[in-house]
Design a protein. Structure first.
Length: 740
């Protein structure tokens, strides 16, 4: 067994690590090197003959989608004991928001604005996955998207590059820990590099056209943050980016990632994205696709086999440089050493805590609690009072569905472990409050009203209604985009019918995206947006509804009133004709034959105005937070200096609560136009009733840098505005100047 040699070497010492990799490289033939660059799909609980043979002959560097522990250990055994060089396998799996203990979907986790809980969630996911022999996950997904039609918005961390970067780094640290070789650490993957989140029309896999300046100022930023956080791997995107598919895009993979950022980890393609370059019409056949991908800088091919089939030839023909291949293989082997796989390729279940253990469930519950966003709460409908109610109606197709609450990308989680809202409310209120449950509709897409009568009866028999609606989990995620993002089926009709009862309605929405709620927002008293909250969604939501916890989530993405407003996001440019309340004219108010120039002449929709239903950063609480006295520590600063911007936060409410305080900045004039606002900082602050606290942010002039017309990262002297508040529309502002 070859790997014995490396047993006592120090993988934490750079020289010794490089020495081991070089020694191994010196023994490898080209076919074995290409093998390391190839990832094959596992059998799912057994070892297919072709896979065993390929591993044995050194043609496989990585397997994905095998989580049966005995099978994983057997695959490792074949690699280590039966292949010529005994190189262990990377075993990849999509652990996107939990393994067995399912956390809220990533978009929900982003609504927590809490890097600590995001990191803890990733850690428990890593520990659970590692106990099944997984040593590499394809997360976090850090595509910036401003299109709720796109199903993969569910997997994203929202619309803002700063928030996405902070939370993406937190997730990466949770997966990777402080040491990749530590028990329970797995390699993370920054995906999908890059531009995938702008798929035209929100239709998955669609074309992305993004000017370079926007690429650098928006889409690439979180990826750079993850490079700085030592993310182990990158994944190329499926999309065509400005005419060149990402998997063959040397500007992305070589110029930006390697030359500018100096990234040393490796890049894996997305699933068959190399052969798909021929479908895009970028390459003529598999051989050409392999050539473009390898020369662009894709180190490992996922699922398809163009590298195995063609690279040897391409090297022989001189079209691919052997040294280039060597650099790629070095990156892959380096990660295997760092993961400690040469020391111990096997997984022993005894070294791990139980799946779904109490501590993991508590983290999942905290993540779900912090991710719920209270969108509205008229007349303080929430929290409900256990002592003040005799009965509550729990209605809706998602109120008692352990499967749907888990959300998209749940390969390993199981509905049987979920606690639903209905069950959680029943156990919370006990015999003090009668729970009248009714599904109302068979499912979220149901288009008949047969269940309405029962639901209305339940409502009449109750003091308050908790109505749980939304989307089934399949309606978001990969390839699951929607053009109409209203509540599906006859759910709106159910809301209208229940509103007739006159009972106070709390609408809880579980969904993988922002839904358009304009049609029903006035029909309900309060709305708690729960995303798909995962295994512990029920208890988290019950605690929020009954006031054991105060909602503290904030929207990581703008909520449009109607789908035609998309893309609508807070950090847009100003335009030459920005709209205002005065200039924005409602279509219904326009007289017949109105003259062209009488219509405001500003950038708005006649039928939707220019504001969203809820802005980015919005989220209410049971506390009452007020912001006063914004100040800057100086009125002007020189390049290279910092400024403090502070505000007093007061909780005038009657209970302790946590608020996410947000700092936004605008650079008034730029060499390229700058967004009207950009998030530059945020902090969770917990205040007791009546408590007042000064909250201060320090901004360095480097934090104000952006890519200019020459694609140089610069901070330009000039005027800046700064806002601090509870959402991106907060009014309290100050100004400062930056000079040379
Ligand atoms: C997805 C990736 C995922 C991969 C492996 C692809 O279809 O786009 O995000 O990691 O499959 O399952």
């Amino acid at each position: 067994m070859h790997s014995i040699k490396f047993l006592h070497q120090d993988i934490h010492d750079q020289d010794s690590l490089q020495g081991m990799v070089s020694e191994l490289m010196s023994q490898m033939g080209l076919d074995e090197k290409i093998g390391q660059m190839s990832q094959l799909c596992g059998g799912g609980g057994w070892v297919p003959d072709h896979l065993a043979a390929a591993i044995r002959s050194g043609q496989v560097g990585s397997v994905l989608n095998e989580v049966d522990l005995d099978t994983v250990n057997e695959l490792q055994r074949i690699a280590v004991e039966e292949s010529r060089l005994g190189i262990p396998l990377l075993n990849g799996r999509d652990v996107i928001h939990g393994f067995k203990t399912i956390l809220p979907i990533p978009l929900g986790q982003a609504a927590s604005w809490d890097p600590v809980i995001v990191s803890e969630g990733a850690r428990i996911s890593a520990v659970e996955a590692a106990s099944s022999g997984v040593n590499w996950t394809f997360a976090p997904m850090i595509d910036i998207t401003r299109d709720p039609r796109w199903g993969r918005i569910a997997e994203s961390l929202g619309e803002d590059p700063y928030l996405c970067g902070v939370l993406g780094v937190a997730m990466t640290k949770g997966f990777q820990g402080t040491d990749l070789a530590e028990n329970g650490s797995i390699a993370a993957c920054a995906k999908h590099f890059a531009g995938y989140g702008t798929a035209e029309g929100g239709r998955d896999y669609n074309t992305a056209n993004i000017p370079e300046n926007e690429m650098r100022n928006v889409h690439l930023r979180p990826f750079k943050d993850l490079v700085d956080a030592n993310v182990a791997t990158f994944m190329s995107a499926f999309c065509d980016l400005n005419g060149v598919p990402a998997s063959g895009n040397s500007w992305l993979m070589d110029q930006v990632l390697r030359q500018e950022w100096g990234y040393e980890g490796f890049v894996v393609s997305d699933w068959e994205s190399i052969i798909e370059m021929s479908v895009h019409g970028f390459t003529g056949d598999d051989e050409e696709a392999a050539l473009e991908a390898v020369n662009a800088g894709i180190d490992m091919e996922m699922a398809s086999s163009t590298y195995r089939d063609h690279l040897e030839n391409l090297v022989a023909e001189g079209k691919v440089d052997l040294e280039h291949i060597d650099r790629m293989v070095v990156r892959i082997l380096t990660l295997k050493f760092k993961l400690g796989l040469f020391r111990d390729p096997y997984t022993d279940i005894e070294n791990f805590p139980d799946l779904l253990n109490e501590a993991h469930l508590q983290i999942a519950k905290e993540a779900a609690t912090k991710s719920c966003v209270l969108l509205k709460n008229d007349n303080k409908t929430l929290p409900l009072s256990i002592s003040g109610l005799d009965s509550v109606a729990v209605i809706g197709p998602l109120a008692d569905d352990g499967y749907e609450q888990l959300g998209t990308w749940v390969f390993d989680g199981e509905a049987e472990h979920s606690i639903t809202i209905k069950n959680a409310i029943e156990s919370l209120v006990g015999s003090n409050v009668t729970v009248n449950y009714s599904r109302g509709l068979d499912g979220t897409r149901c288009k008949h009203h047969e269940g309405f009568g029962h639901a209305i009866d339940a409502a009449y028999q109750s003091d308050a209604i908790v109505l749980v609606l939304g989307e089934e989990s399949f309606m978001s995620g990969e390839a699951h985009s929607r053009a109409n993002i209203d509540l599906p089926g006859h759910q709106e009709a159910l809301i209208h019918a229940l509103a007739e009862t006159g009972k106070p309605i709390t609408l809880v929405i579980m969904a993988g995206r922002p839904l358009t709620l304009e049609n029903i927002v006035d029909k309900v008293d309060s709305i708690l947006y729960a995303w798909h909250p995962g295994t512990m969604g029920g208890p988290a939501i019950a605690d929020l509804l009954f006031g054991l916890e105060s909602p503290s989530g904030k929207l990581p993405v703008t909520f449009p009133k109607m789908v035609g407003q998309v893309p609508i996001y807070y950090s847009h440019k100003n335009t030459g004709r920005p709209p205002s309340a005065e200039s924005c004219i409602q279509m219904d108010d326009v007289p017949a034959r109105a003259a062209q120039t009488s219509l405001g002449m500003a950038s708005f929709h006649l039928d939707a105005g220019y504001t969203p239903l809820y802005p980015f950063g919005h989220g209410l609480s049971y506390g009452e937070f007020h912001y006063v006295k914004i100040t800057t520590s100086k009125s002007n600063i020189s390049l290279g200096q910092s400024i403090d911007i502070a505000v007093d936060l007061i909780n005038t409410g009657e209970r302790q609560a946590e608020e996410v305080v947000q700092l936004y900045v605008r650079d008034l004039v730029g060499n390229v136009t700058r967004p009207v606002k950009e998030l530059k900082g945020f902090r969770r602050v917990k205040l007791n009733p009546g408590q007042r606290e000064r909250v201060s942010f320090s901004i360095h002039t480097d934090d104000l840098a952006f890519y200019n017309r020459d694609m140089k990262l610069v901070t330009e002297p000039g005027q800046f505005h700064a806002w601090i508040g509870g959402n991106s529309d907060a009014p309290l502002w100050a100004e400062f100047e930056v000079h040379e």
